[in-house]
Ligand binder design. Structure first.
Ligand code: COA
Length: 327
């Protein structure tokens, strides 16, 4: 049994190719001004045709393992959050396992959209705690550019591609993941979905080019739900951990929209200088958003030993959740 579960390494990766708001002005009726003011996004990374999510997941994982000083053989489990798998079968985690050479690992994908990384951390923590596994790699990866309708200005400006990863291990020293809070509400699934491509409406010749093959979203309803759910998750996890907002050195929220992030911070009375933001560089990378932001915050020195940080997410499903970590 392990009491303290620590993140001992983080890593991230994104495609080199960048699509700016100005580039998008040439593709749909939009403007840099509208996108910047309504979302905070300036650019996003887009995977070239010959790359898949597991390629970026592999790079991010190798960087996290290097920081952790952990070899592929030492990974007991890989938990990978994605809604844009390399293929329907097998899991992207299996493909990643092979690319990493992590031959001793049990692996699985989890589908919790933008909350995938927080769900993964929570599962990893529990399995390490009960002694079932020692070292877990938690990954969030998306290639959303393949599932976006590039003629729908309501959605195509919002999303990007990338991957982030963290290595978790038990420790005798106090600290690490203090606790986690997870929640879902499947009755709101219709507000953010890809209606086709599953067993209900398989992709076939009859629906080539159909808009339901891509991300469909009721933006303003999702926006309101996101602010409410992220504030609720943050408040709940503070209570569970017997902490207050003032104890949190840095909040790393899901990076979907700067206005969602600011509204959540305001409700928590957290000043924006204690909130990590990189949505301007990546757009919304769903399950990859929090681990990319976490890795950048770590490498920029924004998180010091002993700091309490909060991760808070919201995504399709709806799913949402939060966790507090003593670094
Ligand atoms: N460029 C220019 N105009 C655009 C546009 C774009 N890229 N996208 C939408 N618009 C237009 C709409 O068509 C609408 O025009 P209309 O009034 O003539 O119908 C107008 O802008 C306002 O649309 P609205 O949806 O009310 O704007 P908004 O302020 O809610 O911002 C989002 C739209 C999508 C940015 C916002 O709702 C949002 O961020 N939602 C959450 C998205 C999200 O984070 N999803 C993932 C959650 S994990």
């Amino acid at each position: 049994m392990q009491k303290y579960i620590r993140i001992i390494g983080t890593g991230s990766a994104a495609p080199d190719q960048i699509l700016t708001n100005v580039d998008l002005e040439k593709m749909v009726e939009t403007s840099d001004k509208w996108i910047t003011e309504r979302t905070g996004i300036k650019e996003r990374h887009i995977a070239p045709k010959d790359k898949v999510g597991s390629d970026y997941a592999c790079l991010a994982s190798q960087r996290a393992m290097q920081m952790a000083g952990v070899t592929a053989d030492e990974i007991d489990m890989i938990i990978l959050g994605t809604v844009t798998p390399d293929a329907p079968l097998p899991s992207t985690a299996c493909i990643l396992q092979d690319k990493l050479g992590a031959k001793n690992a049990a692996v699985m994908d989890i589908v919790a959209a933008c909350s995938g990384f927080i769900y993964g951390l929570s599962i990893a923590r529990a399995l390490i705690m009960i002694g079932q596994v020692k070292t877990v790699l938690v990954v969030g990866v998306e290639v959303l550019s393949r599932f976006v309708n590039w003629s729908d200005r309501n959605t195509c400006v919002l999303f990007g591609d990338g991957a982030g990863a963290a290595v978790l291990r038990g420790s005798d020293k106090p600290g690490g993941i203090i606790n986690a809070y997870l929640k879902s509400n499947g009755s709101l699934a219709h507000l953010l979905q890809i209606p086709m491509g599953g067993s209900r409406i398989p992709l076939d010749a009859s629906n080539v080019g159909h808009e339901d093959r891509y991300i469909r979203m009721k933006g303003s309803e999702v926006f309101k739900a996101a602010v409410k759910a992220m504030s609720e998750a943050a408040t709940k996890i503070l209570k569970i951990c017997e902490l207050e907002s003032k104890d949190i050195k840095l909040m790393i929220p899901h990076q979907a929209n700067i206005r969602i992030i600011e509204a959540t911070a305001k409700r928590l009375k957290l000043p924006m200088d204690r909130v990590y933001v990189n949505v301007h560089k990546y757009g919304n990378t769903s399950a990859a958003s929090i681990p990319i932001a976490l890795d950048e915050a770590v490498r920029e020195g924004r998180i010091k030993k002993g700091d309490k940080i909060m991760l808070v997410a919201f995504g399709a499903g709806f799913t949402w959740g939060a966790t507090i970590i003593e670094w």
